[in-house]
Design a protein around this ligand. Sequence first.
Ligand code: ZN
Length: 293
Amino acid sequence: MFCLKQRTVKKEIEIKGIGLHSGESVRLRLIPAGAYEGINFVRNGTVIPARIEYATGFDFSTTLSKDGVEVRTVEHLMAALYFTGIDNVYIEIDASEVPILDGSAIEFIRQLKRAGIHTLDEEKVYAVLNKEISVRDGDKFIVGRPDSSFSATYHARYNNRVIGDRKYTFYALKENFENVAMARTYCFLEEVELLQKMGLAKGGSLENAVVFEGDTVLNPEGLRFEDEPVKHKVLDLIGDLYLLGYPVVGSVYSFKGGHRLNASFVRKLIGENAFELKTASEVEGLAVKRLVA
Ligand code: ZN
């Protein structure tokens, strides 16, 4: 979200749940941090910055690790921090995986809002894209372009009627983030056995994921939106992009991308110097100025 000043949480927040893949019970504590401290996970005394340099796993979720200590499935929490404009926070975690909660980011956002968001004195810093950058893997690709605001588009193409060929764009200016934040993770029943053989999805259930069997939704409550899966892919993209360490100003378009391609894209932005860091007031002519004016 666009805001002028850096933000953290007003007070400690505790969130409990289970890991989607590990099935373990987990307790998170979100602890206020100062300006420029960034977002950091803390597990067993090891501080793991939530930055792409520490991203080491991309199979069905994004994993961060440092010195042999791992935290997985960070992307929905990262998206929730992005949506609430939080740049600085310590996230203490007592297990290897961020809780899945309802499979979306909305519960994190509710808890963050309930506890309160604290505005710091220092200006927020944005990563303003300054050239076109793309990454490709077979027919999948992500392209980022300079723009006056942030938008993230996901284009899905499945041989499945419920998802099919669909696109969704999140526009930071329109602040339609609840649509994205509420979209739950999903999988196909055919995949569940394979995931479980891989030691994944041990905590998965109809309470924290949408499960499709062919064209049928197995969850009794159905979908939250007709295009919930593609909105969830936008959520994942936004969460992974935030591993750049700064909110992006630019448009990002993903065709069939996933966590691995998202991470390649963020790495390429850094490797190709494709952005400039600008404080909110330096960001000339951009939406942030118009909103603040
Ligand atoms: Zn996800």
